[in-house]
Structure formats: C-alpha cells, structure tokens
Design a protein. Structure first.
Length: 215
C-alpha cells in the first residue's frame, strides 16, 4: 500500500529505493524522503539509540555546531524573550547557550523532559535542532510548533538537507535508525505556504521561520 506523505499529506507518493531492507518513499509535492511507516523504530529502540549520543552541554565542539542556530535567534529576538527548546534531549546545550545570552528558556523533550504543561504555553521563539528528522508524524508536529509560537515569533530548525539521490544510500544521516524523514529546502517552502510562514533556508542544515504578526 502506498503511504501518503507524512510532511504535507500528499496522497500519491513514489517508491524511491530500498537500502539495508529499509524502504524509502519520495513525495513529488514537497520532495521529502521518508522511511516506510511500517519500519519506524519503536520508543525503546529510539531511546537506546539516543542514549548512545554524546552531546554534552559543555562539549566545545557540540556548542560550535549549534552556534548558527543560536546566532540566528539572537539576531532576531531581544534578550529576555521566552524560548522553548523543543526536543532538547538529555543534554540541552542550545538551551544553555541561549540562557547565557539572557533568554528565558524552557526545555521540552518527549523522552527526557516530558513536561506537557510547557506545550500549553506560547513563546517568542522555538528551537528544534536535530529533531525534525525523527518526527514520525511531521505534519502534526509542525502544526504543534506553529501553535507554540506567538504571532511574530521565530522557529529555528537544524536538520541536514538531503542533496543528490545518488548519495542517499551511503549518506551518514540516513544510517541513523531513528532518522525517518529527510527534507530539502523546497519541503520547507511547501510548509511555509501551508502555515503562512516566512522561511529562510541556509544549507547545509539551517532553517529560520517567521510567524507573521496579527493584522
């Protein structure tokens, strides 16, 4: 059975290829590539994989990796603004960087910091770094992220953009078993049209989205 696109909802998608017995599909509308929904990892497998990641908040290399996201936010949001680090993981390095810069940071992660009360608030900005590729239901998640933002707010995403299909099978990003959806800049253009966002994509991995002010 052909799955619909989990990012934009397009009903007719195309089989792309099978690698290591994992099947991947392509959406002709938003150009997202996604793992066959029947092969997504379960919660225990996901947590076991996440626990192997060594992303410590004090790690200088990891902080440098996150610097573009921090700079994108601080160039747009005043100190003292409220920020939700969505999918912060066990070591919320970006949240720490932003707190050092004077932001009021809240931390949410469905596994490590599952405080659902934070999802009832609205924020001046939301960060989502190395998270969206894990979304099993990205359409639903992007609707949630939009709802978390105040009018005029900012959403900063980091995820590695897919490039040539010929490299996909050997791509290190694909080989992570918890990465189930892969984006191109056009994917975010389609999402922006759906939600009325302004979007700026900076390859290889940065997306900055602005939610319009109310009229």
């Amino acid at each position: 059975m052909t799955p619909s696109c989990p990012v934009c909802g397009q009903a007719s998608t195309e089989r792309l290829l099978t690698v290591d017995e994992r099947g991947y599909w392509r959406c002709p509308n938003c150009l997202a590539t996604f793992l066959d929904p029947t092969q997504r990892p379960g919660p225990e497998e996901e947590k076991s994989e996440y626990d192997l990641h060594c992303n410590e908040p004090e790690d200088a290399g990891y902080r440098r990796f996150l610097q573009p996201a921090a700079d994108a936010l601080t160039g747009r949001c005043a100190r003292g603004s409220s920020v939700l680090d969505y999918g912060c993981g066990p070591g919320p390095a970006l949240g720490g960087i932003l707190a050092e810069r004077g932001y009021r940071v809240s931390l949410y992660d469905p596994i490590y910091r599952p405080d659902s009360s934070l999802l009832q608030e609205r924020y001046d900005a939301v960060t989502c770094t190395e998270v969206v590729e894990h979304f099993h239901h990205p359409m639903r998640e992007f609707e949630r992220l939009d709802a978390l933002l105040r009018p005029g707010g900012w959403l900063v995403i980091m995820t590695r953009f897919q490039t040539e299909d010929a490299r996909f099978a050997r791509w290190h990003y694909r080989r992570d078993p918890t990465h189930v959806v892969f984006y191109r800049p056009h994917t975010f253009t389609v999402l922006a049209q759906r939600h009325g966002w302004r979007v700026e994509c900076s390859p290889p991995n940065l997306v900055v989205i602005g939610k319009p002010q109310l009229d």
